[in-house]
Design a protein around this ligand. Structure first.
Ligand code: HEM
Ligand SMILES: *[C@@H]1O[C@H](CO)[C@@H](O)[C@H](O)[C@H]1NC(C)=O
Ligand SMILES: *[C@@H]1O[C@H](CO)[C@@H](O)[C@H](O)[C@H]1NC(C)=O
Ligand SMILES: *[C@@H]1O[C@H](CO)[C@@H](O)[C@H](O)[C@H]1NC(C)=O
Ligand SMILES: *[C@@H]1O[C@H](CO)[C@@H](O)[C@H](O)[C@H]1NC(C)=O
Ligand SMILES: *[C@@H]1O[C@H](CO)[C@@H](O)[C@H](O)[C@H]1NC(C)=O
Length: 323
């Protein structure tokens, strides 16, 4: 909570208000979908997210990333959460290792205890990502709800829909544009790389055989200590996404980018086009501006290709389609 009070009330109001204004036109889902069917849903989710994150701060990053991966592959429909089964041996989660699944199961179980079969896993993830932002960044925003859970989940669609850390700027912009997200969203959301960790294999291409000249030389030297030249079969250690304040979601990512102290080709690529580079500079220089943009872009991301009405289902367990 002490992080929260660093923002004045006026700033928090501005973030909430401006994010609402920016997103009002893209209305698809209602606010407070559960106001009568499960009035305690959001409060329950928030309590569990806060408790889990207090015990293990890395959970906030994991939940934010899970929501991103869910939304980019077949829309925000909790397809990322489906386990492999005889009927579907290669679901999305078999394609890329992600963290946070156990946390989602705990959050969902707490919600099921207050309102059985009412709150979708897709909404649990959207709210949990929002609460992870508020816990790790100290600002919050309204999330629309009423998403339903899909029952299609294919590893193959991960490879065609997720941006790669080896992408250059044109591929990144293309990947976001196909999801209805623009250059501002791409840059603002990349701020999530101020928290969490990354495996060396995602960026050793910038360290070996020689250091990428667009990476700060001292940073590269530091990274090489944890990340030796890749050898097949060798372990793949992790480093913090940000060398500064790695558990606080903030505009630090943009300061890092300007200082050329970011990990991925895709992170550094944001400086390779005038329009994205200008946004990086703005976000680096104005924390409040970035918060407003990040909140609005998270809301927008949370609306990608959602299932509503009688499409899909509300799963009992996020890891399996209801039997
Ligand atoms: C722009 C394209 C993006 C690419 C290419 C990308 C790629 C990656 C990669 C390779 C990792 C490291 C994973 C690992 O080695 O374990 C990572 C971590 C992470 N990404 Fe992204 N990402 C992108 C955008 C986003 C967005 C839009 C968000 C959320 C809004 C996000 C949130 C995160 C978080 C929070 C982590 C740390 C996860 C953890 O510590 O558990 N990323 N990303
Ligand atoms: C969260 O933790 C507090 C204090 O440990 C506890 O009283 C509360 O019941 C927990 N809430 C949930 C939803 O787990
Ligand atoms: C990563 O961040 C954590 C949390 O702040 C810190 O304890 C750890 O030392 C950092 N690791 C490195 C390699 O800096
Ligand atoms: C990008 O900015 C540079 C320097 O300001 C300018 O020379 C160049 O024409 C710009 N390129 C585009 C595509 O706008
Ligand atoms: C998939 O979801 C629909 C609801 O849209 C549901 O009726 C159906 O039983 C589900 N299919 C499977 C194989 O579980
Ligand atoms: C999905 O798999 C995880 C990991 O094996 C397990 O903990 C979880 O209970 C499974 N969920 C369902 C619904 O089977």
């Amino acid at each position: 909570m002490d992080k929260m009070v660093k923002l004045t009330c006026v700033q928090l109001l501005m973030v909430a208000f401006q994010a609402t204004l920016i997103t009002m036109s893209s209305a698809e889902l209602p606010y407070d979908f559960y106001s009568s069917s499960c009035p305690k849903a959001e409060e329950t989710i928030k309590n569990v997210v806060y408790n889990l994150t207090d015990a293990n701060p890395s959970i906030a990053a994991a939940l934010i990333r899970l929501h991103f991966h869910d939304c980019f592959v077949m829309g925000c429909d909790a397809s990322i959460l489906l386990n492999s089964s005889n009927a579907n041996p290669q679901p999305e989660k078999s394609a890329i290792p992600l963290a946070g699944y156990e946390a989602v199961d705990k959050i969902k179980a707490a919600v099921e205890a207050v309102c059985p079969l009412t709150v979708s896993c897709a909404d649990v993830l959207a709210f949990a990502a929002r609460d992870s932002v508020s816990k790790s960044a100290g600002f919050s925003y309204h999330v629309r709800s009423g998403r339903r859970d899909g029952n299609v989940s294919k590893a193959s669609s991960v490879f065609t829909n997720m941006p790669s850390p080896f992408f250059g700027i044109e591929d990144l912009v293309g990947s976001f544009t196909r999801k209805g997200l623009n250059v501002d969203d791409l840059v603002a959301l990349s701020g999530a790389h101020s928290i969490g960790v990354a495996h060396c294999s995602g960026f050793t291409n910038r360290l070996y055989p020689e250091v990428d000249p667009t990476m700060d030389a001292a940073y590269a030297t530091d990274l090489k200590k944890t990340c030796p030249a890749p050898v097949s079969g060798a372990p793949d250690p992790v480093v913090n996404n940000s060398a500064v304040a790695p558990t606080m979601l903030s505009n630090q990512f943009f300061k890092n980018a300007v200082a050329r102290r970011v990990l991925f080709t895709s992170d550094a690529a944001l400086l390779t086009r005038n329009d994205t580079a200008a946004k990086v500079q703005e976000n680096a220089g104005d924390s409040l501006l970035w918060k407003v943009r990040f909140a609005a872009s998270m809301v927008k991301m949370g609306n990608i290709e959602v299932l509503t009405g009688t499409n899909g289902q509300v799963r009992k367990f996020c890891g399996a389609i209801n039997s």
